[in-house]
Design a protein around this ligand. Structure first.
Ligand SMILES: C[S@@+](CC[C@H](N)C(=O)[O-])C[C@H]1O[C@@H](n2cnc3c(N)ncnc32)[C@H](O)[C@@H]1O
Length: 297
């Protein structure tokens, strides 16, 4: 009698289990059969362990954690080194060719511009203060109706952070607001802007042509702001003499209004375009600005 009751209970339990399995919709059952055995949203470190093949129905058992992370972190380091090397190569290229060459170089492969800027951002993240922020603050303390030309704008950080109308100019345009051209030859009208900015962008060997173009597009009494890497103006280390540089810029028809050497990483020069331009054509002696080559980290 007792064993008959046991058998009946067993039959009941079995039928309950099978009816539960039928209540799962078919697509869910299939999913549950084929999904890999690791969690759907594993933490990053665990997800890294899974390569493309491990999404099969039977992933290989995970090796001990210490032996897993090492090869991948080594790979990550190698990738970072390659990216760093690629950035330094592009950076050196920009400092050692003319603007025209640089424009054609990026026209052939505009994706290299993103590689350059990713590396540039990484380098700048180690600077305690970014010169573009000083220029943003300067603009905020002046007239918001001034029109600005940002020569070598990069990702147009300046335009995004001020209320002024800004013409953002660079070799490649990843954004419709950026004018892609060589900044020695921009489409801006003559005497059309109040402020011309060069923030770490006097890169080409023909940098004097960029300043001539700034002089052309600036209105009379317009301001020219230049932020450059300090070592480029350190005569004790092969840099240019700041006074020779200022004299050359003044030779274009500017007055030097101030300089700021207080920052360890960069220097700032402020000029004003003269109201009246001299008719005499003077030979200007431009100092060479040495390339700013970043160290391997
Ligand atoms: C070091 S980045 C600085 C970017 C930005 N001004 C900032 O402070 O973040 C210099 C920028 O100048 C641009 N540049 C260099 N030579 C140029 C040229 N001839 N014409 C236009 N842009 C140029 C580069 O493409 C690069 O985006």
């Amino acid at each position: 009698m007792e064993s008959r009751v046991k058998r009946r209970n067993k039959r009941k339990r079995m039928s309950k289990n099978s009816s539960q399995s039928q209540s799962i919709p078919l697509h869910k059952q299939q999913q549950s059969q084929t999904s890999p055995r690791f969690p759907q949203n594993p933490p990053q470190s665990k997800r890294r362990k899974c390569d493309a093949t491990s999404s099969s129905s039977s992933p290989p058992p995970p090796p001990p954690s210490s032996s897993v992370s090492k090869p991948l972190s080594f790979l990550d380091k190698m990738k970072a080194k390659l990216r760093g090397g690629h950035f330094r190569m592009l950076n050196e290229k920009l400092y050692t060719c003319s603007g025209y060459e640089a424009l054609n170089f990026f026209k052939k492969d505009p994706t290299l511009f993103n590689v350059y800027h990713a590396g540039y951002r990484e380098q700048m993240s180690h600077w305690p203060e970014q010169p573009v922020n000083i220029i943003i603050r300067w603009l905020k303390n002046h007239c918001p109706s001034w029109t600005v030309a940002d020569f070598g704008c990069g990702d147009a950080c300046l335009a995004r952070n001020v209320n002024n109308k800004v013409f953002s100019i660079d070799l490649v345009s990843n954004d419709p607001s950026i004018i892609a051209c060589d900044m020695s030859n921009t489409p801006l009208d003559s005497s059309s802007v109040d402020v011309a900015v060069f923030c770490l962008s006097l890169m080409g060997i023909n940098y004097s042509n960029y300043l001539k173009e700034a002089h052309r597009v600036l209105k009379a009494s317009g301001c020219l702001l230049i932020a450059e890497v300090r070592s480029r103006f350190d005569p004790n280390n092969g840099g240019a003499d700041p006074e020779t540089f200022c004299r050359a810029v003044q030779g274009l028809g500017f007055t030097s209004t101030s300089k700021d050497f207080s920052n360890k990483m960069f220097v700032l020069f402020f000029f004003k375009k003269k109201e009246k331009q001299s008719q005499k054509i003077k030979e200007i002696e431009w100092p060479e600005l040495k390339p700013c080559l970043y160290k391997r980290r």
